[in-house]
Design a protein around this ligand. Structure first.
Ligand code: G1P
Length: 274
């Protein structure tokens, strides 16, 4: 629920899913996260109050939120035993269909149509992979914050001129040291799966950080299944809000993009940074 400019992070993520034509969302929540359910509930009293006070901009924002064409469901993870266990809670919900996982601390801002998520879904349909990962090149010294992949080009083309950003994933390692990292290509918080991934989640033990790691389940599946990755393009920017410095950058960038407050904030920043 951290606000980034005028909206909480979760709302950017839900809007991204809606833009990718997802109609049903399951949010995995937990202790002290009830504010998420409240946020997506309709709020006629607040709407009435805003109307009385003629708060036009806020009325538009609230109506846009309430009119999102999606059904949202919730399930609680009682004990936080890792990302793989959290995803496993969705097994009944997905009911045999391919499904998308998006992590709650990452916004991907796509300046294009289709957005990154829809490109990822389309690539998943094209490849019929068990698992399709969104990927980003990161500075190698940050590799211990991410799942890192070893890859080969999806279509066999290796020249940078023909670079497609599509890969076959040969191996993965969760939060490796620089020495262990097979590349600087990181899993960046968006996945599309076939439901067979649940079979592999059932088989993994506790991994890095004493948690059940989704990366370990994907790794386990790689012997008998196809895993592919799609790299972010230049106009698809990932904002990680999981640490304070990155959150601060995301907040400022989204405020600068806001039509109402952006120009004034830009002028103010220029003044204080001179
Ligand atoms: C998780 C995943 C990791 C992935 C990262 C992306 O880590 O385990 O593989 O690269 O998200 O943000 P977390 O950030 O939850 O530690």
């Amino acid at each position: 629920m951290l606000p980034v400019a005028k909206k909480p992070v979760i709302q950017y993520i839900v809007e991204d899913l809606v833009d990718a034509s997802i109609k049903e969302i399951l949010i995995i929540t937990g202790k002290n996260k009830r504010a998420i359910d409240d946020h997506f509930d309709k709020d006629p009293i607040l709407l009435e109050d805003l109307k009385k006070r003629n708060k036009v901009a806020q009325i538009c924002d609230l109506e846009a939120l309430e009119n999102l064409s999606v059904q949202i469901f919730y399930v609680r993870q009682a004990v936080t035993t890792g990302l793989a266990d959290a995803v496993y809670l969705a097994k009944k919900f997905v009911n045999g269909e391919d499904f998308v996982v998006t992590l709650g601390d990452t916004i991907i801002d796509s300046q294009q149509n289709p957005n990154h998520l829809l490109r990822l879904i389309n690539f998943h349909k094209e490849t019929q992979a068990l698992c399709t990962l969104s990927a980003e090149r990161i500075p190698i010294e940050h590799c211990n914050r991410y799942g890192i992949m070893s890859i080969k080009e999806y279509n066999g083309l290796i020249s940078s001129k023909n670079h497609t950003g599509k890969y076959i994933v040969e191996d993965l390692v969760e939060k490796p040291s620089i020495e262990e990292a097979p590349s600087n290509l990181a899993i960046c918080g968006r996945y599309v799966f076939k439901t067979r991934i649940f079979d592999y989640i059932e088989k993994i033990g506790f991994g890095k950080g004493g948690e059940k790691q989704l990366t370990d389940a994907i790794r386990l599946s790689r012997e008998n299944n196809k895993i592919v990755a799609l790299e972010l393009q230049n106009n698809e920017i990932r904002f990680d809000t999981g640490t304070f410095p990155l959150y601060a950058k995301a907040f400022v960038e989204f405020c600068l993009k806001d039509e109402e407050i952006g120009p004034e904030l830009k002028a103010h920043l220029k003044k204080i940074l001179l």
